[in-house]
Write a protein that binds this ligand. Structure first.
Ligand code: PHE
Length: 469
């Protein structure tokens, strides 16, 4: 068996992990969520959730990955705990395929818009143009090209592929976005854009607190790439001498910074050149912003740079998604990397085609399915860390860290074992209930959460660490 790879440097790991985190979630989803949910007031709630739920969850993923030095399935198998937990690893592999199958569709759109920024193809009628290219054969074609680039990087390995490329891509994304934000600042009539984005609307927050909490929690998981096994797998290539809490906090803060920065590019531009945007979501990026480039002096160049930046961000994320099933096949079945990657290319192509051809499937997959899969995955990681790994988790958490890591280790274990999974379960139920179109008062959802969540947590707590079966 070939020796398992590790990252060359700490910076290499951080760039790869930030590259995974920074993606469409930051550039496309985050600014809109902020603008629609109370601006900078939402930012504050979001910051608390990222630090209070996201970072502890990220650290649970890191602990499992570095302790086991395996892909998600191998991790739970080798660390022990029984079949249910190995199945959780299997869920991660499934989640990763689901993620790539929709993400590469959007990656394809971005690739196309990058090229079309130079020809001006989307300039005259942005909305009609987007509608005509979003789904179908052409969408599939660009999806395949985007996927191929991802495959080539992952095939080259952890060091020569992932680390080598993300070390360039991640700083480039930050610099380019920073440059675009400065440039946007000097455009005329941008004040209302900043105001729309960063207005401090506490009233909105207060009136819609539960809904906002759910949205912020879902976004926190997606943007930090947690609950899918990506961060677990990346941490499995780490050596022991690094502080997980320090690296985790750096990654989360950089990711947050890029989200804020993206908003500082998008909104001033929109308001300066188009006026009040009509909707968020997919259309925002490909219709409203694209429309802004059409009217902008030098719009082809700026548009090209903008879509190039997003392309880098999307690629460094899709690379991290593909690494999960690749690591699984390499670790568990001894496939060599090119074989594993090639095989998965075919599989993802099949799953991806369904999303590229059917907009209804795409919308369900990209939104609710992914959200719920990530939430379930992270609940599992947290409970496993706290109750199955237990003391071992705290030991892994503090290894390579200083006084702070040693002080927060034990409190971290108990929060990821109790309150945080309950919070995630609550957000899971809230989403399911609203998807089913039922309306229940928040108290009822809290009741449901406590009734179903407490027995599970309680019995895990009592069982302590069972023998491997
Ligand atoms: N964090 C990525 C983004 O914001 C998406 C992602 C989710 C990547 C889960 C890997 C795993 O675009």
């Amino acid at each position: 068996m070939v020796e398992r790879e590790t990252w060359i440097s700490r910076a290499g790991f951080i760039f790869a992990a930030v590259g995974s985190a920074v993606g469409l979630g930051n550039i496309w989803r985050f600014p809109w969520l902020t603008a629609q949910n109370g601006g900078s007031a939402f930012l504050l709630v979001y910051l608390i959730i990222v630090l209070g739920v996201g970072v502890p969850g990220l650290l649970a993923s890191f602990v499992i990955g570095r302790r086991s030095k395996r892909n998600p399935v191998g991790a739970f198998k080798s660390l022990g705990g029984g079949r249910v937990w190995t199945a959780l690893g299997g869920l991660c592999v499934v989640t990763s395929i689901v993620l790539i199958s929709f993400y590469t569709v959007v990656g394809g759109w971005i690739l196309r818009y990058l090229l079309e920024s130079f020809t001006g193809a989307y300039f005259t009628q942005p909305a009609a143009h987007f509608d005509s290219i979003a789904f179908g054969t052409q969408a599939f074609f660009y999806q395949v090209v985007f996927l191929l680039v991802t495959v080539v990087v992952v095939m080259a390995g952890v060091r020569k592929g992932i680390e080598a490329t993300t070390k360039l891509m991640t700083p480039a994304i930050i610099l380019l976005l920073g440059g675009l934000a400065v440039w946007a600042f000097y455009q005329p009539d941008t004040a209302s854009g900043y105001e729309f984005y960063l207005a401090f609307d506490v009233q909105y927050l207060a009136d819609n607190f539960i809904a906002v909490l759910g949205a912020a929690a879902g976004q926190a998981l997606f943007t930090l790439s947690i609950g899918s096994g990506t961060m677990l797998t990346y941490a499995s290539y780490l050596e022991e001498d690094r502080s997980l809490p320090a690296d985790g906090s750096i990654i989360a803060l950089l990711n947050l910074g890029v989200g804020v920065l993206a908003g500082l590019v998008v909104f001033p531009l929109l308001f300066s050149f188009v006026g009040e945007p009509t909707g968020g979501g997919t259309g925002a990026l490909f219709v409203s912003i694209a429309g802004a480039f059409a009217t902008l002096p030098g719009g082809r160049l700026i548009g090209g740079l903008f879509f190039f930046t997003i392309l880098l961000a999307a690629l460094s994320s899709s690379i991290s998604m593909l690494e999960i099933p690749v690591a699984y096949l390499v670790d568990e079945f001894d496939y060599d990397r090119p074989q594993a990657t090639g095989g998965l290319f075919a599989l993802v192509l099949g799953a991806g085609a369904i999303n590229a051809f059917d907009s209804n499937v795409f919308e369900i997959v990209a939104g609710p399915i992914v959200n719920q899969l990530l939430t379930l995955g992270l609940i599992g990681f947290m409970l496993y860390t706290a109750w199955i790994l237990g003391d071992e988790a705290v030991e892994e958490f503090t290894k390579g860290g200083g006084t702070i890591a040693r002080t927060v280790g034990v409190p971290w274990r108990y929060t990821v074992g109790t309150i945080l999974p309950l919070f995630l379960l609550f957000s899971f139920y809230t989403n399911v209930i609203s998807l089913l179109g039922i309306s229940l008062p928040p108290v009822a959802v809290v009741g449901l959460t406590v009734l179903t969540g407490l027995p599970v947590t309680g019995s895990l707590f009592q069982a302590g660490r069972p023998n491997n079966d």
